[in-house]
Design a protein around this ligand. Structure first.
Ligand SMILES: Nc1nc2c(c(=O)[nH]1)N[C@H]1C(S)=C(S)[C@@H](COP(=O)(O)O)O[C@H]1N2
Ligand SMILES: [Mo]
Length: 519
């Protein structure tokens, strides 16, 4: 606990120093076996990050406890194993790519040093007061005398058994004090660290858009209490990424590069990027991990520059069939160049979201938004590099973990009201929700009550084919238990797939179905 707390407080106080818990968590995330994320997300949802932090702490505490037992008889061995954990933490911190290497070394040395000091102190107390029998002496001799003497004399083993009560009390006081202190210090460190990383960017002035959609017509929204708003406010927008702590990007030194199969590699500062023509468009983005009826989908007004304009500066070679987006923390996406070059859609490097600079959690200072594709193959947050390559040459982050290489957003629809399992009054009930099929558009939404006929719903008028719509149906609800189902038809006339499938590998299929009790 002491070592972890020292790591957290250093990370919280010194910019560029890594949190060792975050470092190891990032290692675990990046080395996870295929399917692990799905299990964790299905159990903990968007608390998956909290779960990973807790898991690391629990494993560390159990390991620390075992090392403490070992240290009573073999301090040097315990110290070496303790140091090995430090090496793993250092390795994890260095490979993150977002922490300073020098500060990583300093943090690990301080954490291991503090941890070992605490261990020595506690082992000393546990062994009783007599200097002749303290393991401190033993540790010293074990260190120099080598393996043979390490089994140690019987005093170490009998020590705890014969420990007098007041010694036991001193030990409990010291260990309890260290535990409480560590929790406090660690908590302060993590709070500082998170505060520093989620700080809203004040330094950047959002460039104004020369081309922006007309204000939304009243018929682009349906006034139904409880329905998801057609434009989701930034604070309510779903967040999904592999970052345990959001990367903190200094916009003064940040650049986005265009590399790979191009005529001339390009590197643009924030000022250079935003000197290009700025436009705005509404785009609905969705997460492939969204379950049927889930809320990992949202619609926002994105402000930024045309991706094609930036690609043209570099000159994309014809053989470059894949565009790879790379973030400052090494996460990657990949999508077909042809998808981005299709003039019917406007892929963009977004710097603004709903009229504000991109919030840190959503990719400050810049991210990719590519209409029609799931986030994991397209929507790179904290964008650092756009690399042109071939589809064969590179698989982005989630592809080796079993997710589809090409991933257009599937047609889906969701019932927002009434909520599943709700008790409603017999009589007129508004059934309403959202439906999306970016960027084919939604042409029809239908609802079925029990085994009745599919009834067409009223739809909000679509902002564009890249956005979702709201829908509603006035239902004259008779008393009893009822099942409500929804399905959408996309702009090409294709009805949403009825047969359910899990999110992996290319998105969940099936009709959102809820039960309500009418009384
Ligand atoms: N750097 C980075 N960008 C990322 C991800 C990530 O893990 N790291 N996750 C992607 C996924 S899976 C999704 S669904 C979208 C979510 O964007 P949001 O958090 O702004 O809603 O971001 C994408 N961009
Ligand atoms: Mo996602």
């Amino acid at each position: 606990m002491v070592a972890i707390a020292v790591g957290e407080i250093v990370a919280g106080l010194v910019a560029g120093a890594p949190s060792l818990v975050v470092a190891i968590g990032t290692l675990v995330i990046d080395q996870q076996p295929p399917g692990a994320k799905d299990i964790v997300v299905s159990l903990f949802g968007t608390n998956d990050k909290l779960f990973l932090n807790v898991l690391i702490l629990v494993v560390a505490l159990v390991a620390g406890g075992l090392l403490g037992l070992l240290a009573r008889t073999r301090f040097t061995t315990a110290a070496v194993i303790f140091g090995a954990f430090g090496i793993v933490a250092l390795f994890s911190a260095l490979r993150m790519g977002t922490a300073s290497p020098a500060l990583s070394v300093v943090t690990v040395v301080l954490a291991v040093g503090a941890g070992l000091t605490a261990l020595r102190l506690l082992v000393g107390l546990a062994a009783g007061p007599s200097p002749a029998t303290t393991p401190l002496t033993e540790a010293g001799s074990a260190g120099t005398a080598g393996r043979g003497s390490r089994r140690g004399p019987t005093r170490a083993r009998s020590g705890p058994v014969s420990m007098p009560d007041w010694d036991r009390r001193r030990f409990l006081l010291a260990s309890g004090g260290l535990a409480v202190g560590s929790i406090a210090v660690g908590f302060i460190g993590r709070t500082l660290l998170q505060g520093a990383h989620s700080q809203e960017p004040t330094t950047v002035v959002l460039p104004s858009a020369s081309l922006t959609p007309a204000p939304l017509a009243p018929d682009t929204s349906l006034a139904v209490p409880g329905i998801t708003p057609i434009v989701v406010p930034n604070d309510d927008f779903y967040r999904i990424d592999t970052a345990l702590i959001v990367p903190r990007v200094d916009v003064a030194t940040w650049t986005v590069k265009v590399t790979g199969m191009v005529d001339t590699p390009v590197s643009l500062t924030y000022a250079q990027l935003t000197a290009k023509p700025i436009f705005e468009q509404y785009v609905t983005i969705a997460c492939v991990s969204n379950e049927v009826g889930g809320n990992l989908v949202g619609n926002a007004l994105w402000r930024g520059v045309h991706l094609r304009e930036i690609l043209a500066m570099a000159g994309v070679r014809p053989e470059a069939t894949q565009i790879v987006g790379r973030s400052v923390d090494g996460f990657t996406v990949g999508f077909p160049t042809a998808w981005a070059m299709d003039p019917s859609r406007q892929p963009m490097i977004a710097v603004g979201m709903n009229g504000e600079p991109l919030p840190v959690q959503h990719g400050y200072p810049a991210r990719l938004i590519v209409p029609g594709l799931y986030g994991y193959v397209s929507a790179t947050k904290w964008l650092a590099e756009i690399e042109l390559t071939t589809l064969e040459a590179f698989d982005a982050y989630w592809v080796p973990l079993g997710w589809s290489k090409e991933a257009p957003i599937l047609t889906q629809s969701r019932i927002d009201v009434p909520s599943s399992g709700a008790n409603v009054k017999a009589g007129p009930v508004a059934v309403a929700g959202v439906a999306w099929a970016p960027d084919r558009g939604v042409s029809k939404v239908e609802v079925r009550i029990d085994d009745g006929a599919w009834q067409p719903c009223v739809m909000s008028s679509e902002i564009s084919s890249a956005t979702w719509v709201q829908w509603k149906l006035a239902w004259d609800a008779p008393a009893g238990e009822h099942r409500i189902q929804v399905r959408a038809t996309d702009g090409t006339g294709q009805v949403q797939t009825e047969e359910s499938s899990p999110p992996a590998p290319d998105g969940a299929r099936g009709y959102h179905t809820i039960g309500v009790r009418v009384g």
